[in-house]
Design a protein. Structure first.
Lengths: 339, 642
């Protein structure tokens, strides 16, 4: 098992470097000139000679004239930074400098990450808490009234984009019923502290959490249902029933355990998504999370910011893949890795 | 089951439509109401919704970033500059801060501005403001430490600032601390005379302990002002950008908190504020600035999550705002944009090098209809590089009515101009009958334009084929395609306008001919671009039409129009007029506009009318494109404020 994990981590490192180089190259092939963008607001106050001098200084500072592999090596921390003559890159924990915020990327991300995790953790737990029992119930009572209703609702939920769901829910719960606020993550101007601040924040994320949960109900419920129907149709279920086992034991110990294998991929994917953020939800509800930050980075050609987030996603994905593979073994002894 | 399904689907559809419609609840009549108006009490707080997120950089000036919302916050907490702008966008001396500004032209061509600060001014923490605090702005801003921290200030303007910034001098020879309440600043000879030179005298008082842990004091040295008592450190200057509740400032408001996680800033009245240039002090106790999203901003407004939506320009948004006003409870203020959306030509190659072609394009586009369609009725058309709110425009109305060419839609006139300019041939060099027009051009005119045709007899023909670069997902481009490039009138005139859609970055590379980004960009390719421009109160077009190859290569003249008169007027307008010569400036400005209008390096397409919507309990709120929210809100009050 340990050998397997070490081997996988080795592969992951190779994949990380290959993907990061490809991503870095793609971002740097986009024809934009950050030095020119930086100087544009000062143009009217600079004489040509000074403009040119500053422009060249900035190009040198940003390393824009070096070939991509050299810039990549510097950015990754595999080559020395020409200005500081030290290794100062991703591997040393320096994620770059944001051109939009004019500060280190590492200083920007924590606030956003906290917001994203705060929202996603609730919606993920809530969604799993609803969809798994509901999917199992629908599979066990296939073609029953509740199953039919659930099928209709989930197909609607699955078909409507989350953007539309958000607008509908805002209209119902915020504008019409006035239960939740439309936007924001805390009461404007309130200086709550402690538990009051926490509850206020919870209140503000209720609607986005409901929208995210609702948006994800359809897919997962149907997935669990399908996996359970498949499992319940197997011979060993008939055998279990024939042995006289209680229906609960048949469903949860025999069918669900076998149905879990395909479902676990999706469940782990969801948990990884906790760090991901949602561009749509965060922008619609005025929440400042990773999705919104990534969007800002891309829209403003702030490549060091966007790339850092991208690298984070890559690391999370690679770790997620490993976690998934290991979890298969936990769930199903037949695929347990002992070597 | 079928019935149930149908009902369910119908309900979902209804909800979808309702959610997309920005419906606002009807106000309900209160049966208990009497003729006496009852003033509802409410918090003395205004919530401003901004579509630009707060980055949280409140460092002085735009030394680092120029985010619109950060700038608004910065302007709300800093208003003690001796020079300010009035409601018409004119530069004036702020009598609350100083009695006047004296200027002397020195023998070496430099100009010294001496400013005497009023006594009794204090920071938000109650500590006195003296000339040293103003000098500190220059000493910190131009310091090597600030440059190391990433601050971007142009030092060349101030005498000795370049040497000081480079660390070659420890004293700033162009800035002097004369006495406790007087400072002077000397501007380099290259930058004077300048019509807006009063702005050079404008420094903002800085509370020195915010920028340095060392006990720094400003003193007058042998050649100029300097710090004594320690040294500036880059990290400390940078840290001051992100200081909020502890920030000491001098403006109508102080920061109570900035939460970049929640994208919210809370500002409260500065009790020590002496008033703006008219002595006006704010009455709204708390300003909350939050992020709003265009998709939900009206729902947020209707539910009170936001009170103010500023500068709405999209026709659908404006109509929604006006619907809300009609239903009651809200008011709007509208104002013309100080800028416009435009077609920009490059005038040194291809067909667009010919003035007649540029004029013909203007005649082929119904700009009134374009502006009306694009702005959905909330826009207008200008005919030169000016905004309708500018004082110069207002004072030129009669002249413009008589002398400015409006290029009203007239396809026949376009053809007439083209024929007169020699666009009378076809691709074989025969007389034009139909299709694309060609013109016989000289080798100089032909240049390297890739679409030229060289006939067997050696004649070079240029097709009336304009290559147009437009950015992706741009609604202006989409409307231009419909109304111009694919319009029947354009084809009938024998003109081809070929659109190429690209990213905005790529468009800029082509426009600047930036070969550093790729060889293809260095080659003049596109004669037409569609962009937008906005003007600031300092109307400075100097170098924008420069003939100097150095300026041109650095992208100052992106129209690539080389007209001596236009260049001279654009320079004289700001560098050839004494600041006191308002009439002289106006005269040159008018000449510049008329010359520009004749040469037509750009075609203004539309100038939006902006709307700001706010609740009817907000009184005395008057905004314009030259008098922004942060200035207007100082005069406003809340009816029934607790």
């Amino acid at each position: 098992m340990t050998k397997y994990v070490i081997k996988r981590i080795g592969y992951m490192i190779i994949v990380f470097f290959v993907v990061s180089f490809l991503m870095y190259s793609v971002y740097n092939l986009i024809p934009s000139d950050p030095a020119r963008a930086e100087l544009e607001p000062l143009k009217q106050t600079l004489k040509p000679a000074e403009y040119e001098e500053r422009y060249q200084q900035l190009r040198e500072e940003y390393g824009l004239d070096d070939p991509i592999p050299v810039r990549y090596a510097r950015w990754m921390g595999l080559a020395k930074d020409t200005r500081t003559d030290t290794f100062h890159g991703m591997l040393q924990g320096y994620f770059g400098f944001s051109q939009v915020y004019k500060k280190d990327v590492a200083e920007i991300i924590p606030d956003r990450m906290e917001n994203t995790i705060f929202i996603n953790i609730f919606s993920t737990i809530l969604a799993l808490g609803i969809t798994i029992p509901l999917g199992i119930y629908c599979a066990v009572h296939k073609k029953g009234k509740i199953d039919n209703i659930t099928q209709v609702i989930t197909i609607i939920g699955y078909s409507i984009p989350v953007y539309i769901i958000a607008l509908i829910f805002i209209w119902i719960f915020a504008v019409w019923l006035g239960i939740f606020p439309v936007t924001g993550s805390q009461t404007p101007g309130a200086d709550y502290t402690g538990m009051r601040a926490f509850l206020d924040r919870l209140y503000y994320i209720c609607l986005p959490v409901i929208v995210m949960t609702f948006g994800s109900l359809g897919g997962m419920t149907r997935y669990v249902r399908a996996a359970m129907i498949e499992a319940l149709s197997q011979d060993y279920i008939r055998t279990a029933r024939a042995k006289g086992l209680r229906e609960k034991v048949v469903i949860y110990s025999h069918a669900w355990r076998n149905a879990l294998l395909p479902v676990i991929t999706v469940i782990i994917g969801w948990f990884l998504g906790i760090f991901g953020g949602s561009v749509i939800i965060e922008n619609t509800f005025g929440l400042n999370g990773m999705g919104a930050l990534y969007y800002v980075g891309l829209m403003n050609n702030d490549f060091e910011l966007a790339l850092s987030i991208q690298m984070f996603y890559i690391v999370v994905s690679l770790l997620g893949q490993l976690a998934m593979d290991l979890s298969y073994g936990l769930v199903d002894p037949r695929v347990r890795v002992d070597k | 089951m079928k019935k149930f399904l149908a009902l369910l689907l119908a309900a979902v559809m209804m909800l979808s439509l309702a959610a997309c419609g920005n419906t606002v609840e009807e106000p309900v009549d209160d049966p208990a109401s009497t003729d006496e108006p009852v003033v509802e009490s409410r918090p003395n707080r205004l919530i401003y919704g901004s579509t630009t997120e707060i980055s949280g950089d409140i460092g002085p000036g735009a030394w680092w970033t120029n985010n619109a919302t950060d700038k608004m916050i910065r302007d709300l907490i800093n208003d003690y500059s001796p020079i300010t702008y009035n409601q018409g966008g004119e530069l004036i001396v702020n009598p609350t801060i100083c009695g006047g500004v004296e200027s002397v032209l020195n023998e070496d061509g430099t100009k010294t501005f001496t400013v005497k600060i009023n006594e009794g001014l204090v920071f938000s923490n109650g500590e006195p403001i003296t000339a040293a605090n103003y000098v500190a702005y220059a000493l910190i801003g131009y310091s090597p430490a600030a440059a190391e921290a990433g601050a971007k200030l142009t030092a060349a303007m101030v005498e000795g600032a370049t040497e000081y910034q480079n660390g070659e001098a420890t004293e700033l020879s162009g800035v002097h601390l004369i006495d406790e309440y007087t400072y002077s600043i000397t501007i380099a000879s290259d930058y004077v005379p300048y019509f807006y030179e009063l702005s050079y005298a404008s420094l903002t008082p800085l509370y020195i302990p915010m920028y340095a842990s060392a006990p720094l004091t400003v003193v007058e040295g042998e050649t100029g002002a300097k710090f004594e008592g320690g040294e500036l450190v880059a990290a400390e200057i940078d840290a001051a950008r992100w200081m909020y509740a502890d920030a000491v400032s001098a403006g109508p408001y102080v920061i109570k908190s900035v939460d970049t996680g929640a994208l919210e800033a809370v500002l409260e009245i500065n009790p020590n504020y002496a008033g703006n240039f008219e002595g006006v002090k704010p009455q709204i106790q708390q300003l909350v600035i939050v992020k709003s999203d265009t998709a939900t901003q009206f729902d947020a407004l209707a539910t009170g999550a936001i009170d103010v939506l500023d500068s709405l320009s999209d026709g659908t948004e404006v109509n929604t705002a006006l619907d809300m006003v009609a239903k009651g409870g809200y008011e709007t203020v509208s104002f013309e944009r100080n800028g416009y959306g435009k077609i920009q030509f490059q005038c040194d190659f291809g067909p667009t090098q010919f003035q007649a072609v540029r004029h013909a394009v203007a005649y082929l586009l119904d700009r009134n209809e374009f502006a009306n369609t694009f702005c959905q009725g909330f826009g207008s058309v200008v005919h030169g590089p000016y905004g309708l709110a500018m004082w110069m425009t207002k004072e030129s109305e009669e002249l413009f009515a008589d002398e400015i060419d409006t290029y009203s839609y007239d396809p026949a006139k376009a053809v007439e101009l083209l024929v007169a300019d020699g666009w009378v041939l076809d691709a074989e060099g025969n007389e034009y009958v139909s299709g694309t027009r060609y013109k016989e051009v000289t080798p100089e005119e032909a240049g390297d334009y890739e679409l030229n045709v060289t006939l067997a007899d050696g004649r070079i023909l240029m097709p009336l084929h304009i290559k147009w670069s437009s950015s992706e997902a741009n609604p202006v481009s989409e409307l231009l395609v419909t109304m111009l490039s694919e319009g029947q009138q354009t084809a009938d005139a024998g003109m081809v306008i070929e659109q190429t859609v690209m990213t905005f970055s790529e468009l800029l590379n082509y426009m600047y001919r930036d070969a550093t980004q790729g060889d293809q960009y260095g080659v003049p390719t596109y004669g037409m671009y569609n962009l937008a421009t906005n003007f600031t109160p300092i109307y400075d077009q100097s170098y924008s039409f420069s003939l100097d190859p150095q300026y041109v290569s650095l992208g100052y003249n992106t129209n690539y129009i080389f007209d001596e008169e236009l260049d001279q007027l654009s320079m004289d307008m700001v560098y050839g007029v004494d600041p006191s010569d308002r009439e002289g400036y106006l005269d040159l400005w008018q000449q510049f506009i008329l010359k520009w209008n004749e040469l037509l390096p750009e075609i203004p397409l539309y100038s939006n009318v902006y709307y700001t919507i706010y609740p009817d309990w907000l009184n005395d709120f008057v905004e314009s494109s030259l008098w922004e929210f942060n200035q207007a809100v100082v005069y406003a009050s809340i009816e029934g404020a607790e």
